[in-house]
Design a protein around this ligand. Structure first.
Ligand code: PLP
Length: 383
């Protein structure tokens, strides 16, 4: 029987414990499993290779992304590293130019040492990618919407071009979560998430996951998951599976709040520009409507004035906390140029539009009236 997202978020892979009937699969901390005869076991041998809580989370997230297989890792970054480590030395990647800062760092400072090179390309126009393919291009790496300028990239157009050149497409779906966007359906071969963000959703677990329906890649990644060993703890898997249960209701609320806050900011005299794919003024609004089933909880905006005004705004906010990260139930605000994207060179920041007055908010699930009132009073005090 097919069922809706919210039903699957609650029930996928949740089989009552056969010994006690516990409705929630218990936390299984054992690192090893008794065998009935040498080599005869229940499917579990040693916890790095697999454990009940990890399998439970992996099966649930694969289901929600519409993929056959899921593999969990110690962080979103460990997920990226494990995928890239599966390539042969000498391989080439093409990445969207405003990729997550940690991914950029991994590609340029770590993968480069393994002689795996990366071309960073503006993929706003998918045709831009063509001249960057090389005979050894193995992967194309995409995030959409991008961070922090929330450009929406056409997944299907990039998937078609990658496949025509014999490359696979990896989509980092962290910003949308499987509730608003399923890249596999648009042709992506591997979808990854920083589970740390919306999937766990409560800012208390660092974890990552990759899903795929490509059996060859699944086997390769499973081998690497066990070989590199960057695996999450059973406790983190238990927490993330619990977070996943409420993903639908949280995402609906994040998006409802973000739409209201974005519209409010657009009307405020101190705001120069509001970037939110749910606004008709967003340059990729139509593509976002086609490719996503909602617009998510991330907003970026430029305030008038300078960094001094930004600092005054931030120091006067009361409900919205100044901190990095995103996707939690609480609203968080940050200044990308100084915080999350501080490691990007000033020239690259300028090219990407990451000015000192650009502010990013991860809109939480509080009451939208309170978030708007908070911004209103803090903006009034910033000038
Ligand atoms: C946070 C984040 C990552 C890295 O995930 P960690 O769990 O922090 O290692 C990767 N991609 C995106 C889009 C992110 O926001």
């Amino acid at each position: 029987m097919s069922s809706g997202f919210g039903t699957r978020a609650v029930h996928a892979a949740q089989r009552p414990d056969p010994t006690t009937g516990a409705v929630i699969p218990p936390l299984s901390l054992s690192t090893t499993y008794k065998q009935s005869a040498a080599g005869e076991h229940t499917g579990f041998e040693y916890s790095r290779s697999g454990n009940p809580n990890r399998n439970n989370f992996e099966e649930a997230i694969a289901n929600l992304e519409g993929a056959k297989f899921g593999l969990a890792f110690a962080s979103g970054s460990a997920t990226t590293a494990t995928i890239v480590n599966s390539l042969e030395s000498g391989s080439h990647l093409i990445s969207v130019n405003d990729v997550y800062g940690g991914t950029y760092r991994y590609f340029t400072k770590v993968a480069a040492n393994l002689k795996i090179t990366t071309s960073f390309v503006d993929l706003s126009d998918p045709a831009n990618i063509e001249k960057h393919f090389k005979p050894n291009t193995k992967l194309v790496w995409l995030e959409t919407p991008t961070n922090p300028t929330l450009r929406v990239i056409d997944i299907k157009a990039i998937a078609d071009r990658a496949h025509a050149h014999g490359a696979k497409l990896v989509v980092d779906n962290t910003f949308m979560s499987p509730y608003f966007q399923n890249p596999i359906a648009w042709g992506a071969d591997i979808v990854i998430h920083s589970v740390t963000k919306y999937i766990n959703g409560h800012s208390d677990v660092v974890m990552g996951v990759a899903v795929t329906s490509d059996e060859e890649w699944y086997k390769k990644l499973q081998f690497m998951q066990n070989s590199l060993g960057a695996v999450p703890s059973a406790f983190d898997c238990f927490m993330a599976r619990r977070g996943l249960m409420t993903l639908e209701v949280r995402m609906q609320r994040h998006a409802e709040n973000a739409q209201a806050v974005a519209e409010y900011l657009q009307s405020n005299e101190h705001i120069e520009e509001v970037i939110y794919p749910g606004l008709p003024s967003h340059p990729n609004h139509e593509l976002a409507k086609k490719q996503q089933s909602g617009f998510g909880g991330m907003i970026s905006f430029r305030v008038k004035g300078n960094l001094d005004n930004v600092n005054k705004l931030l120091s006067n906010l009361q409900h919205i906390t100044l901190a990095e990260s995103l996707g939690g139930v609480e609203s968080l605000v940050e200044v990308p140029a100084i915080m999350t994207h501080g490691a990007v060179s000033p020239e690259d920041r300028a090219a990407l539009g990451i000015t000192d007055t650009l502010v990013r908010i991860s809109i939480g699930i509080e009451n939208k009236e309170d978030l708007i009132a908070d911004l209103e009073q803090a903006l009034a005090k910033a000038y």
